[in-house]
Write a protein that binds this ligand. Structure first.
Ligand SMILES: [Zn+2]
Length: 270
């Protein structure tokens, strides 16, 4: 059988698999309430959907936002799957305030694609979710960053990522979104601690910090500082979305954390 025939068979099998999976998982999209939630293809692989229809899911293919934070003179790169507005804002709001935890599985598909921008195949990275304070976690019933991280690890496999929730939130601080930039920085000062024995695990490792939204960078900066102080070789920040409106038009970029913010690099291919 020649290569062309094999490609045709592969394409037919793929379409058939998408159709069968779609029938098995059919339900209404939690965002538009009209579209059917069916199996779809994203980044070359067939993805089992959870809560979004293909039309809404496709809106998540956005130009990524990247740059770096300066943590004690060391550049800590960040990668965000899109802007914190429109669909990303709606979905994150649903996850955090409307109990739509299953959306984390859809969004992990997007993070999976995004990690392709920086993961080096020869390295096993530790994946650390930003923790919630136990009180907040009890109220919500889950930490969305943990769900995203676990789901992302399952997709990437053990050779690439190791899920390690090694950070603790030592203080119950007010939500960052209600604060000014200076208040945010003060709010997260020394807010994180390492679990007992975590420093041994972190030493000399490449670490990915996973958060839902990057705003001022204060939270990511504080966590990265702790990890680098504990001996991490490299820290990369990964988030679903990044607020951009607030910083647009500012003559001076928010100091001291952020020194660059390249917009529009590496849009997800269709
Ligand atoms: Zn939809």
């Amino acid at each position: 059988m020649n290569t062309k025939s094999l490609k045709v068979i592969h394409s037919l099998c793929r379409s058939f698999a998408i159709k069968v999976l779609g029938e098995l998982t059919r339900s209404k999209c939690c965002l538009c309430r009209r579209g059917e939630v069916v199996a779809t293809a994203f980044g070359g692989s067939i993805s089992l959907p959870h809560r979004l229809c293909p039309a809404c899911f496709n809106k998540l293919r956005q130009p990524i936002l990247t740059g770096y934070l300066l943590v004690q003179e060391k550049p800590v790169p960040f990668f965000c799957a899109g802007a914190y507005e429109g669909i990303f804002q709606s979905l994150i709001h649903k996850i955090k305030y409307q109990g739509e935890a299953a959306l984390c599985f859809d969004l992990a598909i997007v993070l999976d694609k995004l990690t392709g921008e920086f993961l080096k195949p020869e390295i096993n990275y530790l994946l650390l979710p930003i923790p919630l304070h136990p009180k907040r976690r009890r109220e919500r019933g889950y930490n969305q960053c943990e769900l995203l991280a676990k789901s992302l690890c399952r997709r990437k496999g053990k050779a690439a990522l190791t899920y390690k929730p090694l950070l603790l939130r030592a203080k119950d601080t007010p939500p960052q979104h209600s604060l000014t930039r200076q208040e945010r920085i003060a709010n997260v000062k020394s807010v994180f601690a390492l679990k007992k024995g975590a420093a041994n695990t972190i030493k000399d490792r490449h670490v990915i910090l996973l958060d839902d939204v990057l705003t001022s960078g204060a939270t990511a900066h504080e966590a990265a500082l702790l990890l680098l102080s504990a001996g991490a070789r490299e820290v990369v920040v990964l988030t679903l979305a990044r607020t951009i409106k607030k910083w647009d038009g500012l003559k001076t970029r928010p100091a001291p954390f952020e020194t660059s913010a390249l917009l529009g690099k590496g849009a997800h291919p269709p």
